[in-house]
Design a protein around this ligand. Structure first.
Ligand SMILES: Cc1cc2nc3c(=O)[nH]c(=O)nc-3n(C[C@H](O)[C@H](O)[C@H](O)COP(=O)(O)O)c2cc1C
Length: 172
């Protein structure tokens, strides 16, 4: 198992555009002792309501949404993309409604306020602050509606207060 160390948000010095957009992340939550996760490549980190926050976007149809809605916390796990690209693609294609995809992909859940993955190099634990539905009436640029939501469900934005950041301990 990787040795992880806790850092403060102000010590986090990753390029978040690459990290989220190219490496992708797993959004995970637990409800009634069951865990679900899904791959996501939309989101961000920043300051809101004088707190360090993370935000992500979950379509209404995702099974993971049921878990995030049913929990006070969710986690964002970042795995080495080159090493785990097959697993990340699978967890982003198959729904937890249809199979036990986490175990099928051989990933190991670590229990905590929100579940995360032993295989992760970075873990961010968030306490939910807000769920913000994004709907057709919200778009100022209407091409967004056509491009992303024509025949598909809308996203809800989840804003979470960052309560813990764990990063893989680098050899000295
Ligand atoms: C690279 C990648 C990025 C994705 N990003 C998102 C995202 O940001 N938000 C979202 O709702 N779905 C996203 N998805 C789709 C979900 O991961 C996918 O529908 C998944 O199977 C949902 O699983 P679930 O039903 O178990 O929650 C992404 C998929 C991939 C492959």
């Amino acid at each position: 198992m990787k040795e992880m160390t806790e850092i403060k948000p102000e010590e986090f010095n990753e390029n978040v555009f690459d990290l989220i957009g190219k490496e992708w992340m797993l959004i995970s939550a637990e409800k009634e002792k069951q865990v679900n996760t899904m791959t996501a490549s939309w989101g961000g980190f920043g300051q809101l309501w004088n707190q360090s926050v993370a935000f992500c976007f979950i379509r209404q149809t995702r099974f993971t949404k049921v878990f995030v809605d049913g929990s006070k916390f969710f986690s964002l796990s970042f795995l080495d993309h080159a090493k785990y690209s097959k697993q990340l693609a699978y967890l982003g294609t198959i729904s937890g409604r249809d199979e036990d995809k986490i175990h099928k992909e051989g990933l190991h859940v670590v229990e905590g306020k929100a579940p995360y993955f032993e295989e992760a190099k970075i873990v961010i634990i968030c306490q939910k602050l807000a769920r913000v539905p994004i709907r057709g009436k919200d778009f100022i640029d209407q091409t967004i509606q056509e491009k992303w939501y024509d025949g598909d469900s809308y996203h809800d934005m989840y804003v979470g207060k960052i309560v813990k950041i764990l990063v893989e301990k680098k050899p000295e």
